[in-house]
Write a protein that binds this ligand. Structure first.
Ligand SMILES: [Zn+2]
Ligand SMILES: [Zn+2]
Length: 211
């Protein structure tokens, strides 16, 4: 079977270790060989899965999250299983359904140092965690902050049924709104830069990939 792929495409590549999930890579260059296209080699730039990074998988990493690494390789085109899509974080969160071949990338990853670019990520909720797109969050209509249902004492099922949500801090203010002379609180939807998490701290020992 011949897969038609081009430079710049994201592809799934068969893992050298049986039972391991396919590697995700970006095709940087295709080295043409004979006219029949056999023995073609591809220069790839690996996407790392969180498990393969020095810090390992963390709570805020999505199931389909990959990091664009600085790790290049020359691989046989035969190991390419098919194309996949690596979305930006924001376009991934807007997907109506996530297929097997949908991934997202919000960090670049330095495979030698374990550092991420960007090295900080905004945090949300009382628990001060970065956004994991796999987790449902509810947004306060007043302050625009996002919350996990479990962190505000409710369930995912109940949160899905909410028509309106106001967080603890905003609820009392709204109750007093009737006689308040519209002292409009400046609602800043932007994330406070102080509320962010440094992501490059490594916890685990070096996770080495064989590719
Ligand atoms: Zn939370
Ligand atoms: Zn609020």
């Amino acid at each position: 079977m011949v897969f038609r792929f081009e430079e710049g495409d994201a592809v799934l590549m068969r893992s050298s270790e049986p039972g391991k999930p396919s590697y995700v890579a970006r095709v940087e260059a295709i080295e043409a060989t004979d006219a029949r296209g056999s023995n073609a080699r591809v220069r790839v730039r690996w996407y790392y899965r969180p498990e393969e990074s020095m810090g390992g998988r963390r709570q805020f990493h999505g199931a389909k999250e990959v990091f664009l690494s600085d790790h290049f390789d020359l691989q046989s085109a035969d190991t390419i299983e098919g194309k996949c899509k690596v979305h930006s974080f924001s376009s991934y969160t807007k997907l109506s359904s996530v297929g097997n071949d949908d991934f997202f990338c919000r960090f670049e990853y330095n495979s030698a140092t374990g550092a991420f670019i960007p090295d900080r990520v905004a945090v949300f909720c009382k628990c001060e965690m970065p956004y994991n797109p796999d987790d449902l969050m509810v947004q306060c209509e007043e302050c625009s902050e996002w919350f996990h249902p479990s962190c505000i004492g409710t369930t995912i099922e109940a949160a899905k049924k909410l028509d309106h949500f106001y967080c603890e801090e905003c609820s009392p203010e709204l109750e007093n709104l009737d006689n308040a002379n519209s002292t409009s609180k400046t609602t800043d939807a932007k994330v406070n830069t102080k509320r962010s998490l440094e992501v490059s701290k490594s916890r685990n020992k070096h996770a080495k990939r064989s590719g």
